[in-house]
Design a protein around this ligand. Structure first.
Ligand code: AMP
Length: 759
């Protein structure tokens, strides 16, 4: 059996140790306790130090009892009595951290950084500790290394009394984060319906009151709430401005940009690319979708978005002084079905009933044209924090018809920031002669933040001085970064990015045989579109200055509020949308066959027939993908349609009609009917099977039996022809798909005339 003073602490049960410090706030703690901390550990004053080697579950608490630093450690040395030079100093123990949670690690980092800024290098501040061996004899003192040492630094500050050390029950110091986990049913729908722009960078709510739409100000007096969720140093979940405040000091526990991840499978190229760029941890969640780590919990992106939505909802309720549980929520036009469903789920978690999911460009067009009885073709140019979208809409009185849409999911404000960051890091190398310490996340976050500030400032002025003192320590000396950025420099860095947005505009126009002259107005939305270079290049490209009729940050929320308002009023609007990305089925060899093409007007239906390939076959499987590529690996996996309970029969004799139905809001329903008996077979859209599994099956040519059936029975060389043949042979007719947007729009206009209902 190990003795109580076993130095290694191996195999011993950890002792729970809660230390109540006298500081009321985190800021006070950072300011006054920093001298007691190094990256490797902490010195705790106590008249009753634990024996060297004691493993600890450690919790440092503020005066009010909230945990500030939590983790595990081992007592490495004890200061049994006061040093001669400081007779009033209390004894204590040096604890080496063996594990800290993310928030605590970030707080320690902040304290060490402060110490460094004050010129006290970590680990060199302390007088040599009086170390004790397990048997109480003094151990030889080690010379502390100038760099962060794992050994804790003892206190320099003179504290009146030892900290209050409380022994607590051993066990993991884990606290549930209290995140929304189950949908909150709406018992009594509220009178008010708000429009919510759930943005990548910021979110906001708008409402129509006394006939006037406006964005609801947040508690802090801002018009938007940052779409950021974080775990603070007290292990509490914070949202919005509070979360943004710790983006710099605690990037690992601060989740931003959830909009880019929500509803995406973890193993898709998009998620892997984002993973490499974002400082927080992105992990596979249940069902193979992307999730994030917050502290010790795996949190879904729906939960993160629910917290942002809840914050926005609270802002609205406080402002309107009434309950709000109904909303119109906007999403990017390119969002696929899973992403839309995920947003609905997030809203349900936040206690919101979604009246409509509205595409952002349509919302912007509503903000521009609602109630103005216009007859125009407009292009909505939406350049936000992370993505770019271009959509052409035909506006005819109260009919808003999207005719073409496209975008780039990896082109937004952050890319502009990154160009400036690269420029600043090059400057660092020039002046210091050494590479930037990229592993120092806090230092890097400060540079990223400065880059964004510079970019925004250069929208107003011609030059901007970047000044970042104390970014790193070199040879014990603090080193900073100073650079003067000019607008001309920014233009040179950013021009290729703006050109890429214009390539997308060109493609979106071309898809409908349109030229720039066919566009009556260009509406700029998204924060990044405020950049003067964007205005200039857009004006040159379209041969006309963009409209100033909509606010780039508020138009989307305002449009959502107007739609919400129209739902309850006689002045309905008709929204006609297109499918933003093609929908197809998986074929053997990892290929995808498109079933409904991109830009198909909604609602749309497509039906075709399939038949069995094996004798006695009783079930079919069909993987559904969305994207423009012919390769499944590059498309978004939507789910697997499983047709069960087929009547056993000879191969090819059991025929199934499969139908794809896209609603006006782009929600996909897949149905299946067995034709021999006329009875409906059960069709299950399964998103449980991850994308990887579905693709693997397809690559092995084994999974998609429906696709096999199609090839097996109708070996025509061209997949489209095969599909037609399959449809014909199986008796599944190709239902008329509305192919002409003009025809549908015209029909609706004829049907509804001036006064129409929003769908
Ligand atoms: P959004 O997602 O629409 O809120 O857009 C956020 C992006 O707009 C961020 O990358 C911001 O840096 C950028 N942004 C905001 N204001 C400006 C400005 N005045 N000039 C340039 N970029 C801006």
């Amino acid at each position: 059996m190990e003795g109580p003073n076993d130095k290694r602490g191996g195999g011993r049960r950890p002792v729970g140790l809660a230390v109540r410090l006298s500081y009321g706030t985190i800021d006070e703690l950072v300011e006054r306790f920093a001298v007691n901390i190094s990256r490797g550990g902490v010195f705790i004053r106590t008249r009753d130090p634990k024996p060297v080697g004691t493993p600890l579950h450690l919790e440092l608490r503020l005066a009010g009892g909230e945990a500030a630093i939590r983790g595990e450690g081992v007592v490495r040395w004890i200061q049994a009595e006061a040093p001669a030079a400081h007779p009033r100093r209390a004894p204590g123990m040096g604890i080496q951290f063996t594990r800290l949670d993310d928030a605590s690690r970030a707080l320690v980092e902040r304290m060490v950084e402060l110490k460094e800024r004050r010129g006290l290098a970590p680990g060199v501040v302390a007088p040599a500790p009086i170390a004790a061996r397990p048997d109480g004899t003094p151990a030889p003192t080690r010379a502390p290394s100038p760099r962060a040492t794992p050994a804790p630094a003892p206190a320099q500050a003179e504290l009146a009394a030892p900290h209050r050390v409380e022994q607590v029950a051993a066990g993991p110091a884990r606290v549930e984060l209290g995140l929304p986990a189950t949908p909150q049913p709406v018992a009594r729908p509220s009178r008010a319906i708000v429009g919510i722009d759930l943005g990548t960078t910021n979110s906001c709510a708008a409402v129509v009151k006394d006939g006037r739409p406006y964005v609801i100000p947040s508690r802090e007096g801002h018009n938007t709430v940052p779409s950021i969720v974080a775990l603070n140093a007290r292990h509490r979940v914070v949202v919005g401005h509070l979360a943004k405040a710790q983006l710099l000091t605690n990037p690992k526990a601060t989740v931003s940009g959830a909009k880019r991840l929500i509803g995406r499978a973890w193993d898709t190229p998009v998620v892997q690319e984002i993973r490499a760029k974002f400082p927080y941890e992105i992990v596979p969640g249940d069902d193979g979708v992307a999730a994030v780590r917050l502290g010790e919990e795996t949190v879904t992106l729906e939960q993160i978005s629910a917290l942002v939505l809840r914050e926005v909802r609270d802002v609205a309720q406080n402002h309107l002084r009434e309950e709000v549980n109904r909303a119109v929520i906007t999403v990017p036009a390119y969002y696929n079905e899973r992403q839309r469903a995920a947003v609905r789920h997030a809203a349900a978690l936040a206690g919101l009933q979604v009246e409509r999911i509205l595409n952002e460009p349509t919302a912007a067009a509503l903000a521009y044209a609602y109630g103005r009885h216009l007859n125009q073709r407009v292009l909505v140019y939406d350049l936000g924090g992370g993505t770019f979208d271009a959509s052409v809409l035909e506006l005819s009185d109260n009919v808003y018809e999207v005719v073409s849409t496209g975008g780039d999911t990896f082109l937004g404000g952050v890319d502009f920031d990154n160009r400036i960051v690269d420029r600043l890091l090059a400057r660092w190398e020039e002046t210091t002669g050494a590479p930037f310490p990229g592993e120092d996340r806090v230092a890097l976050s400060r540079v990223v933040d400065a880059a964004e500030r510079a970019k925004c400032a250069l929208s107003e002025r011609s030059e901007y001085p970047v000044s970042l003192p104390y970014l790193a320590l070199r040879d014990g000396e603090p080193v900073g970064l100073e650079a003067l950025l000019t607008r001309d420099e920014l233009v040179a860095l950013a021009a290729p990015l703006v050109d890429r947005t214009l390539d997308v505009c060109r493609e979106v126009l071309l898809a409908k045989g349109l030229g720039t002259k066919d566009i009556d107005e260009v509406l700029l939305v998204g924060g990044q579109s405020r950049m003067p270079l964007v205005h200039e290049k857009v004006a040159a490209f379209f041969g006309r200055a963009p409209s100033h009729a909509v606010h780039p940050d508020e138009a989307v929320a305002i449009g959502a509020a107007l739609l919400a308002h129209s739902l309850g009023s006689a002045e309905g609007v008709v929204l006609i949308d297109v499918l933003p990305m093609s929908i197809g089925i998986g074929l053997p060899g990892g290929r995808v066959k498109k079933i409904i093409e991109r830009n198909t007007p909604l609602p749309a239906r497509k039906q075709y027939g399939l038949s069995t390939t094996r004798d006695g076959q009783t079930e079919f499987e069909l993987a559904v993908f969305q994207g423009e590529s012919g390769a499944a690996a590059e498309c978004e996996y939507l789910g697997t349609l499983r047709l069960e309970g087929l009547p056993p029969g000879p191969r090819g004799m059991v025929k199934i009609a499969v139908g794809f139905e896209l609603g006006a809001e782009c929600l996909l329903t897949v149905t299946a009917r067995e034709l021999n008996t006329g009875r409906e077979v059960r069709a299950v859209m399964s998103a449980r099977e991850g994308a990887a599994a579905a693709r693997r099956k397809l690559e092995q040519g084994g999974g998609a039996e429906a696709a096999k059936a199609e090839t097996g029975n109708f070996p025509a060389p061209d997949p489209a022809a095969r599909l037609q043949a399959a449809a014909a042979a199986a008796g599944g007719d190709e239902d008329p798909v509305p192919t002409s947007t003009g025809a549908l729009g015209g029909l609706l206009r004829k049907l509804f005339g001036r006064r129409t209902e929003a769908r």
